[in-house]
Design a protein around this ligand. Structure first.
Ligand code: NAP
Length: 259
């Protein structure tokens, strides 16, 4: 069973993809909870949008850093420096990383139409290779600092069920989930959660509606918006917060918003 995440403790929290959508809301909501001695580090490629997120965090005493970086193919040293640059030799009781970054992939092709190796490599670099390598460097560093480690991988139902036109997206999510499940088995003292946020009103959900060439999936998303059953980022982030604060699930589990 995982530990509950106590935000009253001095915490170092990294969120990838924090410039908009679910990542921005995680930053705002967690920013309210973190104590003055904690540090929040926000990553995405757009510096302007990251600064907007930072300004939306209503906790003037919290230290918030932003780092604008294209996470498609950074080298190991660049990734290590992301947290080393702000650590200053300080120790933290909790070290939390939220792998929220994600892109939807090419929505205009079926699985067998995706034959460009460079496109696959670029997609997997951002959505699989960078998160897992960044994660390993983070774990290595915070084990040295004797922090209690929490890893949250933002996953999707598409990684567990096949949806037409989402073969890139779903396969990378499935790979990411299994990687974190293995990690949880190997390191029983590390707390790992794969959180599936449900369908959420963000740019990503809108792009499925606008760009997918599969009529079935388009119809599902159209209905979600028409019925207003699509979730707000706040709804899913509150659920995530509750899960983490309660703990008591098996490390490596996949928990869905609707569970
Ligand atoms: N929305 C949904 O319905 C839904 C459902 C299930 C799971 N999810 C998952 O939830 C997570 C967040 O999704 P979302 O809907 O909030 O997506 P979103 O609105 O498209 O936001 C994606 C975030 O990733 C960042 N990002 C994209 N490419 C990047 C790059 N090359 N380098 C660095 N950062 C990059 C974006 O920032 P920049 O543009 O500034 O780089 C942005 O902050 C994803 O993992 C997604 O798969 C979403």
């Amino acid at each position: 069973m995982v530990d509950s995440l106590d935000f009253n403790k001095k915490t170092f929290l990294i969120i990838t993809g924090a410039s908009r959508g679910i990542g921005r809301t995680i930053a705002i909501e967690y920013g309210k909870k973190l104590q003055a001695t904690s540090t929040l580090l926000l990553l995405a490629s757009s510096e302007d949008k990251l600064l907007e997120t930072k300004n939306l965090i209503q906790n003037p005493v919290l230290t918030v850093h932003v780092k604008a970086i294209d996470l498609t193919a950074p080298d190991k040293t660049t990734l290590e420096n992301i947290f080393n640059d702000v650590l200053n030799g300080e120790k933290y009781e909790n070290a939390v990383i939220i792998h929220n970054v994600g892109t939807i992939g090419d929505l205009t092709k079926t699985s067998i139409q995706l034959t460009n190796m460079a496109d696959w490599q670029k997609y997997y670099s951002l959505n699989f290779f960078t998160p897992i390598i960044f994660n390993s460097l983070f774990v290595e560093r915070f084990l040295q600092l004797e922090s209690k480690i929490f890893i949250i991988n933002i996953t999707s139902l598409c990684g567990r069920q096949p949806f037409p036109s989402l073969s890139q997206y779903g396969s990378a999510k499935a790979a990411r989930d299994l990687f974190f499940k293995v990690l949880a088995k190997e390191y029983s003292h590390i707390n790992v959660l794969n959180y599936s946020p449900g369908p959420v009103d963000t740019d990503m959900a809108n792009s499925i509606l606008v760009k997918s060439t599969d009529q079935q999936i388009k119809e599902v998303y159209k209905q979600l918006f028409t019925d207003q059953t699509i979730l707000t980022p706040e709804m899913t982030v509150h659920k995530l917060l509750t899960i983490l604060e309660n703990g008591k699930f098996e490390s490596g589990a996949i928990i869905d918003y609707y569970d």
